[in-house]
Ligand binder design. Structure first.
Ligand code: HEM
Length: 278
């Protein structure tokens, strides 16, 4: 699309040379020495704005027709533009204890229904059918059952205690190598006993070599578990995002857990993996 700009030369002619050279790069200009009116062909900034707004308006209309009047933006709606999210910015976040959270289990219809994942609490009242007393996922309401979100064991794992879950992500092949490493560590500790804690500088000595091997094996087992732990974190993050960015649910705050209470408690066993509630 082209338009013409009509500009008048200043009497002194001071601004003319630069304008003229710019214009001549875009399109032919018509001017005579006698004529102080200059016609410049080109695309102005305003023209570009007009075209862009036209495209946006057309796209909105097309989206409106194609989505049957549901969306001007092809169904895309950034989370921050949702009313609940904006409202949430101006509301204080809740900090609940576990027993306070339990009150929001959907049994009291006057209260919202909350679900928690690894310390973050979400309002899922929009789906009482699923989380209410008769819903298939009622067991998640009013508590933080992060462990069950990872394992799918809805009978045994309704707890926030995630300890030991990395074992779930150690593959059979890794497990085989891990068992071998564990056996070798035991053997080294059995045969060399207290000598392993001595400070030895002689790289050729049997004790030094045993110490190095032991350190290597232990680090290898640790690394395996650290990598497996990333998968636990990914699964928790998945469910956190599911609730946080869900169209109808929203984040309300946090629930406090007594992590100190886990000290000395045995690490929970990995469950058998029954994944769907009966
Ligand atoms: C780790 C395993 C699993 C977890 C953590 C899980 C979790 C969930 C959650 C939180 C919901 C509610 C989603 C919402 O708020 O809209 C849901 C819905 C659903 N899940 Fe699962 N699920 C798991 C495995 C399964 C399996 C194995 C099946 C099928 C055999 C299944 C079938 C369903 C169905 C049919 C619904 C929708 C029903 C409803 O809204 O009540 N899920 N799941």
């Amino acid at each position: 699309m082209e338009s013409s700009l009509r500009s008048r030369k200043s009497p002194s002619g001071s601004s003319a040379p630069s304008n003229k050279s710019d214009a001549s790069r875009l399109a032919p200009s018509t001017s005579t020495d006698d004529d102080d009116d200059q016609i410049v062909y080109g695309i102005s900034f305003v023209d570009m704005l007009r075209v862009l707004s036209g495209i946006v308006v057309l796209s909105c209309l097309l989206s409106w027709f194609i989505t049957d009047g549901e969306s001007f933006t092809w169904g895309y709606r950034p989370h921050i533009t949702r009313w609940r999210t904006i409202k949430g910015l101006f509301q204080p976040t809740l900090h609940l204890t576990e027993s306070e959270l339990a009150l929001y289990n959907g049994k009291d219809e006057t209260k919202p229904v909350y679900v928690a994942v690894n310390g973050s609490v979400f309002d899922v009242s929009a789906n009482r059918l699923t989380y209410g007393p008769l819903g298939g996922y009622h067991f998640f309401a009013g508590r933080d059952a992060a462990r069950a979100f990872v394992t799918g064991c809805f009978q045994t794992d309704l707890t926030w205690d995630l300890r030991g879950l990395e074992e779930k992500y150690i593959t059979d092949k890794e497990r085989e190598m891990d068992d071998k490493d564990a056996a070798e560590i035991n053997e080294l500790e059995r045969t060399h006993g207290h000598l392993l804690s001595l400070e030895i500088d002689d790289m050729d000595s049997v004790i030094f070599k045993a110490q190095s091997r032991l350190r290597y094996l232990k680090n290898r087992r640790l690394r395996r578990r650290q990598e497996a732990w990333e998968s636990v974190k990914d699964t928790i993050d998945h469910w956190d995002s599911f609730f946080r960015y869900h169209k109808k649910y929203f984040y309300v705050g946090t629930v406090d857990h007594d992590y100190a209470s886990l000290v000395g408690k045995p690490v929970p066993e990995l469950c058998g993996g029954k994944s769907k509630p009966s």
